[in-house]
Write a protein of this length. Structure first.
Length: 483
DNA sequence: ATGTTC
């Protein structure tokens, strides 16, 4: 039975579920939202999930949710929670089944008018070069030793093997390689699922989109990112595929067994977790890092395929088309980071599940090239509306452990969206707006119909109003490959 | 998200 916890307005963009609203809450729940978005969540079980997270041992300050919050496994999607390293827990449900699901943005030297006449050919070529859909398989199979290297080295493995440029790495979160990865913590089942999946898009909300820069909001930072109005860019959204999913499945089972052994009961069994300082917790974090590296290698191989498609369609060299990486973010991840708590610096394990790190200017984790401005935050919207580039602000460090939103956020479940929308109508509405769509399945289109999502404009306005991030550029879709 | 309910 769903209990809807009370929401108390704290300011225009901040709502609180006071500690004590749900039995066992150790800290309050904080939701960044506004009146326009609240209607979608007020009676939603995602708020109960936000409160449930606040019951976990060692949680620091508050259980947080971004404006794109929706119902997830255990933790809400859009959830952020930080834990004390000695007293706290790590929970796979706080990271998500798709470990290091994330977004990469590539820029081109082409303008809308250069691409429009070749748009259909370009989307067809991308569809051919990047396997997509449920169970999509890569043309190549990783050998056992290659798998070891992918899990240990992420995007760096791909670049070392000639799949990309050395300079691609400097502009990725963690430079595309999370330290602390232990391939031996990734089971045989997970490896088997991954061997034919590197360089594949997958399904669901994963996509590869050709977009145009529609509007610049931050005239100082946009040129540093190489973004100008009417420029064509490419956004890709995917993660660690079946490998990451199997890692999550395996460790949830391990943690469930430990909880049963210790006689611990949780308010929701989907909050399955283990102490950070335990063999199960430590081993999961090493496996999670390896899964994250698989995802970064995946996005790097897809980058390589995107460059191939542009060469094929435009008959120009890589240097002419540019296709430089602007940035690559993870939005399903847990990381040890330093944050100020009650005025003192403290190392915490920050879970972000459908939430993006959004560090401000000056943080050493921000690439040197961008450090004077802050970390780029990449926000895919829905395929009919718009996506955004944002930048982290000091307010994110003060309020959300350096985090912001990750997308528009679902309004309807997949099932509800398939019942609500018809494939032909969704496709026609997009075609009428000049958007070319290729999908591996009809469900890929109806599940992801623009009407299944919240208004991304409202989501980014809340993230800005709450002081977490500011808008840098708005990107509009020209063509999309859906999983 | 996911060999979409091993």
């Amino acid at each position: 039975m769903t209990r809807v916890p009370p929401l108390v307005a704290r300011d225009e963009f901040t709502w609180e579920i006071p500690a004590g609203s749900v039995p066992g809450m150790r800290v309050p729940g904080i939701l960044f939202s506004n009146r326009a978005l609240l209607g979608a969540v007020e009676s939603d079980p995602s708020l109960e999930q936000l409160a449930n997270v606040a019951t976990l041992p060692g949680i620091v300050r508050s259980s947080l949710a971004m404006p794109d919050i929706h119902f997830g496994y255990g933790f809400p999607v859009g959830g952020v929670a930080a834990f004390d390293l000695a007293e706290g827990v790590v929970s796979p449900g706080g990271i998500g089944y798709d470990i290091n699901c994330g977004v990469r943005l590539l820029r081109t030297s082409l303008g809308v008018d250069d691409v429009r006449p070749h748009l259909k050919a370009l989307i067809d070529s991308l569809y051919r070069n990047v396997p997509s859909g449920v169970g999509s398989r890569a043309g190549v199979t990783l050998s056992p030793s290659e798998m070891e290297e992918v899990l240990a080295n992420g995007a760096r493995w791909a670049v070392d093997r000639g799949h990309g440029r050395r300079e691609d790495l400097a502009v990725q979160e963690e430079e595309g390689r999370l330290a602390g990865a232990d391939p031996s913590a990734v089971g045989d089942g997970a490896r088997r699922r991954g061997v034919r999946q590197l360089g594949t898009l997958g399904s669901g909300n994963h996509f590869l989109e050709v977009q145009a820069v529609d509007e610049i909001f931050h005239p100082e930072f946009a040129p540093v990112l190489g973004l100008t109005p009417r420029q064509v860019v490419v956004m890709l959204h995917t993660g660690s595929r079946g490998l990451g999913h199997q890692v999550a499945t395996d460790y949830i089972a391990t943690m469930d067994a430990r909880l049963a052994r210790e006689g611990v009961t949780l308010v929701d069994r989907q909050l399955s977790c283990a102490p950070i300082a335990s063999p199960e917790g430590e081993r999961y974090l090493r496996a999670m890092a390896a899964g994250a590296n698989f995802a970064w290698a995946n996005r790097q191989l897809i980058t390589d395929a995107v460059r191939r498609s542009f060469r094929e369609v435009f008959h120009r060299s890589d240097a002419e088309i540019d296709l430089a990486v602007v940035y690559d973010v993870a939005h399903n991840m847990a990381k040890v980071e330093e944050h100020r708590v009650d005025g003192a610096p403290r190392r915490l394990l920050v879970h972000r599940k459908g939430a993006t790190r959004a560090f401000p200017a000056g943080r050493p984790e921000v690439p040197e090239r961008y450090r004077a401005h802050g970390q780029p935050v990449l926000i895919p919207g829905d395929m009919g509306t718009a996506s955004y580039v944002l930048v982290g602000l000091p307010g994110a460090m003060e309020r959300s452990f350096g985090s912001s939103c990750h997308g528009a956020g679902r309004l309807l479940s997949r099932h509800a969206a398939v019942r609500r929308f018809r494939f032909d109508e969704v496709t026609r509405a997009l075609t009428e707006r000049g958007i070319v769509v290729r999908s591996a399945s009809r469900e890929g289109v109806t599940e992801e119909a623009p009407g299944a999502y919240k208004d991304v404009e409202e989501v980014v306005k809340v993230a800005e109003g709450a002081g977490l991030t500011r808008r840098v550029a708005r990107l509009v879709p020209l063509g999309v490959v859906k999983g």
